[in-house]
Design a protein around this ligand. Sequence first.
Ligand code: 13P
Length: 252
Amino acid sequence: MRMPMIAGNWKLHKTRAEAAELINGLKSELAGLAGVEVVVAPPFTALETAAAALAGSGILLAAQNCYPEPTGAFTGEVSPLLLKDAGCRYVIVGHSERRQLFGESDEFINRKVHALVRDGLGVILCIGETLEEREADRMFDVLRRQVRHGLKGLAPEAMAGVVVAYEPVWAIGTGKTATDEQAQEAHAFVRALLREQFGPDVADATRILYGGSVKPGNVDGLMTQPDVDGALVGGASLKTEEFARIARFQPA
Ligand code: 13P
């Protein structure tokens, strides 16, 4: 009942020309693919080019960040409305790189979630523990805090536009994926948190993606887990064949 989502987070990669080339490759590799929502998240400067290249393809556009105000004196920031105007359907918020490198708090991320819901954009909310937190047995506490605060104050109906991405920080860009069992354990816990916060219907309907060194060689096992509803892919989303194979995952 949950439509799988495979999303590519390009991070700080790809000029406009490179973005168009990657998207054109994906369009031909993924033509006719059904039963999965495919999303790409280029950097801001390539969004408009990407939107034009994606037109009519069924692949959806996402941005990697936003500021939680519609307009105003916020030099260097981009609002949900501007991203919607550029053709975005989703915005990634709370990525661990933004939490760690740019000091973003759960409260600030929660403001972004509310702004996106208000302006009719889908949210991909990233959560995940560091290695230090996992080793100190604090993984569940961290995930609980990030889910509770990140989604605080949302009406259950608003959750229809929210996707959660579990990205253990130790698995991001390290080539060290969570095992299928580690991913399932965390995802089941997150679903239980959603049940507490929003009730069983929302918990059953909300997609929870796994992110962290997802590759063609491990996606099938991850997607076989009952609570893994898709993937948020970094490095492997920059290469047409790798991302296309991930989008064509084959669960056992
Ligand atoms: P990698 O797939 O490169 O580990 O990155 C994951 C990620 O951070 C996606 O948001």
